[in-house]
Design a protein around this ligand. Structure first.
Ligand code: FES
Length: 158
């Protein structure tokens, strides 16, 4: 259940728009920042606050790939699968990540530490291949570099 502060903050976002429904993505991101992902119950509550149907808001959430509608791990790896990264080794990095994490794309490790997803171009094509881990951008990836990066997040802990 959303807190009173969550509701107030969503209403404040909505107040910045002529049509409160335009605040849909921002409101879902707020929920995600605070709870890690957007559950069905939270989505229904947000829809009610914004005067939308849950289905309408869910279609917005589904369109925007960075709103997570399933529980995710502490660290979400967003692997760029656009053209520059493909050319310089995306498939090898993807294979390495799958092996090291023991999961496929769209899955979360059993310890809830990592979720592996793909995203369109991260805007650093000159330093491809690249991925983001939560808010951190990592570029010029090699299998060794991936191992170092994963280890650094493991050390930070759950
Ligand atoms: S294609 Fe991967 S960063 Fe642009």
């Amino acid at each position: 259940m959303l807190s009173a502060k969550d509701r107030d903050d969503i209403l404040e976002h909505a107040g910045h728009y002529a049509d409160p429904r335009a605040a849909g993505i921002e409101s879902l991101k707020l929920v995600q920042d605070r709870y890690g992902w957007v559950s069905d119950d939270h989505l229904k509550e947000v829809a009610g606050i914004l005067g939308m149907s849950p289905t309408e808001l869910d279609s917005v959430a589904t369109f925007y790939s960075l709103v997570y509608r399933k529980a995710v791990g502490k660290y979400v790896i967003l692997l760029c699968d656009s053209v520059s990264c493909w050319i310089v080794g995306y498939r090898g990095i993807r294979k390495h990540l799958r092996e090291r994490l023991g999961i496929d794309l769209g899955q979360t490790t059993a310890d809830n530490m990592f979720t592996l997803l793909t995203v369109p171009c991260l805007g650093c094509c000159d330093r491809a291949p690249a991925f983001m881990v939560n808010e951190d951008l990592h570029t010029n990836l090699t299998p060794d570099r991936v191992d170092e990066i994963l280890e650094s997040y493991r050390k930070k802990g759950a």
